[in-house]
Ligand binder design. Structure first.
Ligand SMILES: C[S@@+](CC[C@H](N)C(=O)[O-])C[C@H]1O[C@@H](n2cnc3c(N)ncnc32)[C@H](O)[C@@H]1O
Length: 284
């Protein structure tokens, strides 16, 4: 573990930083809403193949931000829950869920640190950690993945994303006022950076099995032997040269369902047609 002091400092800074970023996220809310379906494509393939009714699929959005993902999935009919550490983000997620759940939205969105929050006996079919794991210092990032694994139902999946970095670093980083904060505002927040392979390895260390989809729509298990071009790395939609790693992960021992498409079937009719996911620059 990092020292208790470092860990508490990181948590306090993240809370303060993301409270500051909320107005910037809201400025981009419409654009995010437009893209969120695309960003979820790799995991929606699993939803499609699993073939279960959406209201029976319980989702936990960890580090939900303003609730772009939680709101989208709630509107689609999933049973959505969320947690965020920043008070302002919690309020935004609640307001997006209120449109679907009314006053019940309040208890569906927890305010607090994921590592410390007690979920009781609740288990989830889908745990989202979109641009979340990299908010935690090593090795708490792995502990968080382990906690996500424990929160999954036996055949549930996690969807974990981060930016693809040329080398792994972890540090306090200054973020400038790109998002509508007062000009020249510099906010210090913590950021762990991973190469795609390092991210895959962290996921495995956390007790989950990472997967990608082949061009034919079949699951490919990811490990250190996976060729670079089979890694689930996608270009950012707005920043040239920036890439995301978007990973669907099962509990170890579990597998992703396989497409029922037969050889020769019409490709567009197959649930596993090639993914085209790409990500927006402004999450991070
Ligand atoms: C980069 S943002 C991603 C937001 C959202 N998932 C999205 O993609 O739009 C990370 C979010 O995680 C939250 N967060 C950071 N550390 C956290 C922690 N320990 N527990 C819960 N939430 C945390 C932040 O407040 C922020 O809203």
């Amino acid at each position: 573990m990092p020292s208790e002091f470092l860990y508490r400092d990181v948590i306090a800074r993240q809370r303060a930083a993301y409270n500051t970023f909320v107005s910037g996220y809201e400025l981009e809310a419409a654009r995010r809403d437009e893209w969120v379906g695309r960003w979820l494509e790799p995991v929606m393939r699993w939803v499609e193949l699993a073939g279960r009714p959406k209201p029976e699929m319980r989702v936990l959005d960890v580090g939900s931000g303003i609730g772009s993902f939680a709101g989208h999935l709630a509107r689609k009919g999933f049973d959505v829950w969320a947690i965020d550490i920043a008070d302002e983000m919690v309020e935004r997620t609640r307001s997006r869920l209120r449109a679907v759940y009314g006053p019940e939205a309040r208890r569906r969105v927890a305010r607090g640190s994921f590592m410390e929050h007690d979920f009781g006996s609740q288990r989830f079919d889908l745990v989202l950690g979109v641009a979340f794991v990299h908010c935690l210092p090593k090795p708490v990032d792995v502990s968080a993945i382990r906690k996500m694994a424990e929160l999954l139902t036996p055949d549930g999946v996690a969807y974990l994303t981060t930016t693809a970095e040329p080398d792994g670093r972890a540090a306090l980083a200054l973020k400038d006022a790109m998002r509508g904060e007062r000009r020249s505002t510099l906010t210090r927040r913590y950021r762990t950076r991973y190469t795609p392979l390092q991210f895959i390895e962290r996921i495995r260390e956390g007790g989950l099995t990472p997967w990608s989809w082949s061009d034919a729509g079949d699951p490919i298990e990811l490990d250190h032997t996976t060729p670079t071009d089979a890694m689930p790395v996608f270009p950012d939609t707005h920043v040239p040269g920036k890439h995301w790693v978007d990973v669907v992960a099962t509990r170890s021992g579990a597998r992703l369902p396989v497409s029922v498409c037969q050889p020769g079937a019409v490709r567009s009719a197959c649930p596993g047609a090639k993914q085209t996911s790409s990500r927006l620059a402004t999450v991070g």
